[in-house]
Write a protein of this length. Structure first.
Lengths: 351, 619
């Protein structure tokens, strides 16, 4: 049950981050998901990423919609406020929360049903808004809580547990994000923590909407033979195109991009993500190239992963609406109310 | 007691002199084609009368269309200061050939019809009980203006000039208004003044000016403004300290956010940095708009969304979430005619029941009912205070008539001592000194719990959810734990009764017949009460200003034997709410319903009451 708290056990030998906190301080309550669920691995990666970045847990707002994935914010960062919205509508809650206070870290956890079916509209519009948040889609191609229906990310020909074969083309959040102007587009796999943790960190530090699609097999309803979202299938067709090393440093990184191997991208706060390209012909700052590369590899059934596209220059929602740097919710009332003389002035228009 | 006409003394006031009665008491109706710029000309006409100190009200009946369909503007000049429609048409300005037959038929006997005599009228269409005035508007304008667009626009300004002569409107006032409107745009000022003059001079030369129907200066408007409710509601949001507005454009609510934006650009931009102390998000739909409001309010900002019925329909799931998770929100429902798309540019009070219990499961909400633009301003502020105090959605139930028409209301005053009621929120200091924070504990016994903002203290963290939760905020499927929270929410609703605005009551001792009404019916009800009193029937009146109903409403119902419930919908929604939520006996309530989409007038109420009295007397 999600209200079951984990016992706080403190070992003196546990590693501590710059804030003096251990990873335990970043945990939440006990997971109620099935044993072996990919989502729990992602939860662990989230915990590790926040801990390594030394982010004060209470400076984070966790948000989600409805579904197995959306339960997970209860399983990490218990000192942070969390909000479990209605199905598919987390992006609007995140937009409002961010509008009220632009200075917190926002992490949204969604699923393929939550983001690509019922919430597709909100997903693509929050992306267009370039809201400053990390948005993780825990993608397993199936509805778990209602026992195994296909979701909109199920591949053509993929078989359900009961034998039904999916006939409809999938919606790929990475392709969608690339074509709709996403400023940070990444894909990973719950079983590849080495790739996943730096992507989460880079996404958190990105100034804008960081879309991270994470393949996360459903062990109960979609991990069988003939499923394209199983552990085995994902491992077999896994194609890391770009490896991202996240460096929390204000120092300039000298890396030779010319040789086509490593490419440093400075993030808004001064930290850097170094992209090591597995394929020579891949350029993660060129939207069109990223798109055609993905298409080509998808045709072969390969699952292209990594930080596939990044544009750190794109303006996020507050930059576009020109909001003050302080949190709007903290502005003193005196700065908000024009007062009586202004009211008299205004009413002259209507006399 | 049977319903019979009370045998009270006849009104002793003198019968008004018929000539006197037509001065400063008549209705001008202008029939036009939308998209021809007639709105500004009509506004000019109305404002000029207002500036002469004469009470006036304007109603715009426009199509859901951009160009080419019929549109009417009705100006009621009322020395008594009545704000509703009168139901008469004393002067028809027939500018639209499409609707000419109907417009001619609508003129009250003894009235006038003004038309563009550039073209001949249909000889078949005559009435011998009205006076027809022909002004060759197109001809006059075309000789002085070359530009096609100017010719269309100036024809409207030209009839204002003719009416000025016919009605004895002060030309100096009109000229001054034109100068104020166009500021330093000399060319526009000159053009408008010319068009006014053309109409004025022609009427002076060719007609008997002024008509028996005319204006005379008064001093009844100096402490008043002419303004629409959406503008005032938007301004109210600025004064309430709202910082986040989310919306999806929908008639008739759109101008509310436009107003908020305009006032923010004027008063909420940092002078040195140019940065905004507000954030407006135009959402992809209403589902998202309300989600943004809830996200912002959850995070401690005052946030709102303006919408209309169809928008509320879409917002329902989130409204239930806000009720159950206890998140403040302010929603402006500028009601239009339903069901479904209905008639987007016509008015109704059709969302009362729907908003009172919006969303699935056991929910009940706080509704406020402004009666005019001034109350839109005040209730906008009240709505934020109530929403944050009660941690729940609050609906401001305006309508198209209030929201989009210009009303004459007393000037607003702002209390500099006002402090927003941000409700029960623990500060960082309070949290740090606490052993443990629990979100849904009713420590004060009023059903309202303490909340915390994200990012303030690790001790304040909790999980907000729409799923079953216990008093500690934890997930639950336990019957007792679930019911514990649900019952407290019901108690919180009882607390709301003590906090919402009280009704406005107009009563005389010993009178047992009464009207209960709400919102934009108010002007028509007051006028009807005066008419009935003159006829010898005294009727008391209570205007409900909020739901849940407070004690005063209950007492008023108790103290009257026959209660007419006047409202603008088919299904007697206010009456239904009274039956559901008070202990009033059903047989005491008699509905007077008006729901065709045009604002209610006094005649409908007077005849409704008289018919019921006659029937009662016959029984």
């Amino acid at each position: 049950m999600s209200f079951m708290q984990k016992p706080k056990v403190s070992h003196s030998k546990l590693l501590r981050n710059d804030l003096g906190l251990t990873q335990r301080d970043y945990e939440g309550s006990m997971s109620t998901l099935c044993a072996g669920c990919g989502h729990d691995s992602i939860t662990a990666a989230v915990i590790q990423a926040f801990w390594e970045l030394s982010i004060e847990p209470y400076k984070v707002a966790k948000m989600s919609g409805i579904g197995c994935s959306s339960k997970t914010p209860a399983y990490f960062l218990s000192p942070a406020h969390g909000i479990n919205a209605v199905h598919g509508r987390m992006p609007s809650i995140a937009t409002g929360a961010n509008a009220a206070d632009r200075n917190l870290y926002y992490v949204g956890i969604s699923g393929d049903g939550d983001s690509l079916s019922i919430g597709l509209g909100q997903f693509i519009h929050v992306l267009r808004r370039n809201l400053n948040m990390l948005y993780i889609i825990e993608n397993n191609g199936v509805y778990g809580l209602t026992k195994g229906q296909f979701s909109a990310s199920a591949d053509v020909g993929s078989k359900a547990k009961k034998g039904e074969v999916n006939q409809q083309p999938p919606i790929d959040p990475v392709i969608a994000a690339l074509t709709l102007g996403g400023s940070f587009v990444a894909r990973s796999f719950s079983g590849d923590k080495e790739q996943l943790v730096p992507l989460i960190k880079a996404g958190l530090m990105h100034n804008g909407f960081a879309m991270l699609d994470v393949l996360s097999p459903c062990v109960t309803f979609n991990d069988h033979e003939d499923s394209t979202k199983s552990y085995a299938h994902t491992r077999q067709f896994y194609h890391p195109a770009v490896h991202a090393d996240f460096v929390l440093s204000k120092k300039p990184i000298r890396a030779a991009y010319d040789d086509g191997e490593a490419m440093p991208v400075e993030l808004h706060d001064g930290s850097t993500v170094v992209l090591r390209k597995v394929s020579k012909d891949y350029n993660p700052t060129n939207r069109a190239q990223a798109y055609s590369y993905l298409h080509e590899h998808q045709k072969r059934g390969e699952i292209v992963t990594g930080l596939l596209y990044i544009d750190e220059e794109q303006r996020e929602m507050h930059d576009i609406s020109n909001t003050v740097s302080a949190a709007l919710r903290d502005l003193p009332y005196a700065e908000l109310c024009p007062g009586n003389s202004a009211l008299e002035e205004i009413q002259k228009l209507y006399c | 007691m049977p319903l019979t006409r009370p045998r009270s003394r006849r009104h002793s006031g003198a019968v008004p002199d018929p000539m006197q009665s037509r001065t400063n008491d008549f209705v001008i109706k202008i029939a036009n084609v939308n998209g021809t710029g007639s709105a500004s000309a009509n506004g000019l006409l109305m404002k000029a009368i207002f500036r002469m100190g004469i009470p006036v009200v304007g109603k715009n009946f426009f199509p859901s269309n951009i160009q080419g369909l019929p549109t009417w503007f009705e100006i009621r000049v009322s020395r008594e200061g009545y704000l509703a429609r009168s139901g008469r048409v004393d002067i028809m300005v027939a500018m639209n050939a499409q609707t000419y037959t109907q417009d001619l038929a609508d003129v009250s006997p003894g009235g006038y019809l003004l038309y563009d005599s550039t073209w001949p009228r249909d000889k078949q269409l005559v009435r011998d009980d009205i006076t027809v005035v022909g002004i060759p508007l197109a001809q006059l304008v075309n000789t002085h203006f070359d530009n096609v667009r100017a010719r269309i626009l100036m024809k409207n300004v030209c009839y204002v000039g003719a009416l000025a002569a016919l009605l004895h409107i002060d030309m100096a006032v009109i000229k001054q208004l034109i100068k104020e409107t166009f500021g330093d745009k000399e060319k526009l000022i000159a053009g408008n003044l010319k068009a006014i003059e053309l109409g004025y001079n022609y009427a002076k030369e060719h007609c008997e000016c002024p008509l028996p129907i005319r204006v005379e200066p008064m001093h009844a408007t100096q402490d008043h403004i002419m303004v629409d409710g959406n503008t005032m509601a938007g301004l109210g949001c600025v004064y309430a300290g709202a910082t986040v507005g989310a919306w999806y454009p929908i008639t008739p609510s759109t101008s509310l956010m436009d107003a908020f934006k305009d006032f923010c650009e004027r008063y909420r931009v940092d002078k040195t940095t140019g940065k905004h102390r507000y954030c407006i998000v135009q959402a992809e739909d209403e589902l998202s708009a309300i989600g943004m409001v809830l996200g912002a309010a959850w995070n401690g900002a005052r946030a709102f969304t303006p919408t209309s019925g169809p928008g509320i329909s879409l917002m329902n799931e989130f409204i239930g979430f806000a009720y159950y998770a206890e998140i403040p929100a302010v929603l402006f429902d500028v009601q239009r005619v339903g069901p479904s798309t209905g008639m987007p540019t016509r008015t109704q009070q059709g969302d009362l029941l729907f908003c009172a219990y919006a969303s699935h499961g056991d929910t009940r909400h706080v509704l406020l009912f402004p009666a005019d633009p001034a109350e839109c301003f005040q209730m906008a502020v009240t709505a934020f205070d109530l929403a944050e105090r009660l941690q729940t959605p609050v609906f401001v139930m305006s309508d198209l008539d209030i929201g989009m028409n210009d009303w004459m209301v007393p000037k607003l005053k702002w209390d500099p001592g006002y402090v927003p009621d941000r409700g029960k929120v623990y500060s960082r200091e309070q949290l740090e000194s606490m052993q443990v924070f629990r979100r849904y504990i009713d420590s004060d016994g009023d059903g309202i719990c303490y909340r915390t903002y994200p990012g303030v203290s690790a001790k304040g963290a909790y999980f907000t959810r729409g799923s079953g939760h216990n008093r500690y905020g934890g997930y639950t499927e336990d019957a007792a734990e679930y019911q514990d929270v649900l019952d407290r929410l019901r108690r919180k609703y009882d607390t709301a009764k003590l906090l919402v605005p009280e009704p406005v009551i107009r009563r005389k001792k010993g009178v047992k017949i009464a009207i209960v009404s709400l919102g934009s019916c108010d002007g028509a009800v007051h006028e009807a009460l005066d008419v009935l009193a003159r006829e010898g029937t005294e009727v008391n009146y209570l205007r409900v200003r909020a739901f849940p109903f407070n004690r005063q409403v209950e007492e008023f119902l108790d103290n009257h034997e026959h209660i007419f419930v006047v409202e603008q919908n088919r299904d007697a929604q206010l009456k239904s709410l009274l039956l559901l939520e008070t202990s009033v006996e059903k047989h005491k309530l008699i509905s007077i319903l008006h729901y065709g989409g045009m604002p209610i007038d006094a005649r409908c109420i007077v005849s409704g009451i008289n018919n019921a009295l006659a029937k009662g007397a016959a029984a």
